[in-house]
Design a protein around this ligand. Structure first.
Ligand code: FE2
Ligand code: FE2
Length: 131
C-alpha cells in the first residue's frame, strides 16, 4: 500500500477534497504496481499528473470563491508539486524504473506533507465558513 493510501486523513468533512485525495492515492498505487510489474509506467504517471492538476484546480477554485487568506502560499505549493510530477514524467521517458521508484517516494512524501499541513488548514477554513 502506498504512503498516501495508508496515511489517508479525511479533510474535515469535505467530501469533494477527500474523494480527490483517495483518487490521487489510487493513481499513485497504479504507478507503483506498474513499476513493480516492470510495465511501462508513462501512461500511469501521466494519469496521476493530470488528475493532480484537476484536483489543484478544484482547491484553487474553492480558495478563490471563499477568499481564503493563505491562497497564494497554497497555490505556490501546488506549483511545486506539479513541477515535481512533471520532472518524474520526464525522467520516466528517459531513465530506468529504479530512478522512478525513488522519485515516487519523494512525490508521495511531498503530497502527504501538503495534505497534512496546507489542505488540512484549507479544510478547516472552509468548514468554519460553512458552520
Ligand atoms: Fe492543496
Ligand atoms: Fe489536495
Amino acid at each position: 500500500m502506498s504512503l498516501l493510501a495508508s496515511h489517508h486523513l479525511p479533510i474535515a468533512d469535505l467530501d469533494l477534497i477527500d474523494c480527490d485525495h483517495r483518487e490521487l492515492a489510487q493513481r499513485v498505487e497504479a504507478v507503483r504496481s506498474a513499476i513493480a510489474g516492470g510495465e511501462r509506467i508513462g501512461e500511469a504517471l501521466e494519469r496521476l499528473r493530470d488528475f493532480a492538476l484537476t484536483h489543484y484546480g478544484l482547491e484553487e477554485n474553492m480558495m478563490m470563491t471563499s477568499r481564503y487568506p493563505h491562497a497564494r502560499e497554497h497555490m505556490r505549493m501546488h506549483q511545486r508539486l506539479i513541477g515535481v510530477l512533471n520532472r518524474v514524467v520526464h525522467r520516466s521517458r528517459h531513465a530506468g524504473t529504479a530512478l522512478t521508484q525513488e522519485a515516487m517516494d519523494a512525490v508521495e512524501e511531498l503530497h502527504l506533507m501538503h495534505m497534512r499541513i496546507d489542505d488540512a488548514r484549507l479544510g478547516q477554513w472552509l468548514n468554519e465558513r460553512q458552520a
